[in-house]
Design a binder for this molecule. Structure first.
Ligand SMILES: Cc1cc2nc3c(=O)[nH]c(=O)nc-3n(C[C@H](O)[C@H](O)[C@H](O)COP(=O)(O)OP(=O)(O)OC[C@H]3O[C@@H](n4cnc5c(N)ncnc54)[C@H](O)[C@@H]3O)c2cc1C
Length: 111
């Protein structure tokens, strides 16, 4: 049987917490099918917003790579989501190169 695709849009605190909660709750399976987790964000990593002042004063890096949060079992897509078609269960987005792209989902949350 095919994997289920679970898409989380937004890798801020809310999105990361949602992804962790869904992973923990499902243990990566639903109805006997493996869940493929895909995190979408327009940034290339999680921005620690509460530290936004630091790069201004000291050049400190406040972007944390996605793999720091989920070293395995999660795919990351850098892209800007432009629409969600809940009827077709399809997300449209612009990838990091600015190309239009689509992806099918079975489970979806936005944060
Ligand atoms: C300078 C500063 C200091 C702060 N200090 C504190 C503090 O001390 N204590 C506190 O509790 N809160 C603080 N906050 C607020 C706190 O940072 C926010 O409440 C929190 O980050 C919100 O998290 P979120 O996940 O809801 O949203 P966000 O952090 O905004 O995350 C949304 C994510 O979605 C992505 N995204 C958005 N649209 C799209 C799209 N169309 N396609 C793909 N990706 C998309 C964004 O790139 C982002 O990564 C501060 C905020 C700032 C700016």
């Amino acid at each position: 049987m095919n994997d289920l695709t679970c898409i989380i849009i937004g890798g801020g605190h809310a999105g990361l917490a949602a992804l962790k909660a869904i992973k923990d709750e499902t243990r990566g399976m639903a109805n006997g099918r493996r869940i493929r987790f895909v995190l979408f964000d327009k940034q290339s990593g999680h921005v620690r917003k509460v530290l936004l002042f630091r790069p201004a004063v000291g050049g400190e890096e406040i972007m944390i790579p996605w793999t720091h949060w989920f070293p395995e079992g999660v795919e990351f897509v850098q892209g800007t989501v432009t629409s969600v078609d809940s009827g077709e269960k399809r997300i449209r987005y612009k990838d990091a190169q600015g190309n239009d792209a689509r992806i099918h989902y079975d489970l979806f949350t936005t944060a």
